[in-house]
Design a protein around this ligand. Structure first.
Ligand SMILES: [Fe+2]
Length: 133
């Protein structure tokens, strides 16, 4: 069974999908089961410092940047999107990015607790380790 906000990739055509409402069925694309994208964090991976989203408080809300060390934003290797989810998963905000663009999302909100995720076209899906409080 899928879970809300899980992401899956087709290893044939490259489609990436997100679960909006979970169901019992297997997700299939191009005749094959889709692969669930695992969420990485800094505790697991050596390249985490360039990928783990960093959440900062601002006067108007929050700022999410990708990595404590800036991630490349080149045509061949870049951050595809940054996403912010409320802890209860009732609020989702996603910003799609282009190469050469700064991997930052500014969000006006008074969210109590949020989790940030980002998708690198080479290194996959990354999540902030801890909820912002
Ligand atoms: Fe990367």
């Amino acid at each position: 069974m899928t879970k809300i906000l899980e992401m899956y990739k087709c290893n044939v055509c490259g489609n990436i999908i997100e679960v909006v409402l979970p169901g019992e069925g297997e997700l299939v694309c191009c005749g094959q089961a889709m692969e669930k994208l695992q969420e990485h964090n800094k505790r697991e991976e050596m390249v985490g410092e360039k990928h783990v989203p960093v959440i900062e408080n601002t006067d108007e809300g929050i700022k999410v940047k990708v990595g404590s060390i800036p991630h490349p934003m080149e045509k061949e290797h870049y951050i595809m999107f940054i996403e912010v989810n409320s802890n209860d998963k009732r609020f989702v905000k996603r910003k799609y990015l282009y190469s050469q663009e700064e991997p930052v999302l500014n969000l006006k909100c008074s969210c109590d607790k949020v989790i940030a995720r980002e998708l690198c076209n080479i290194h996959g899906l990354w999540t902030s380790d801890d909820e912002q409080s």
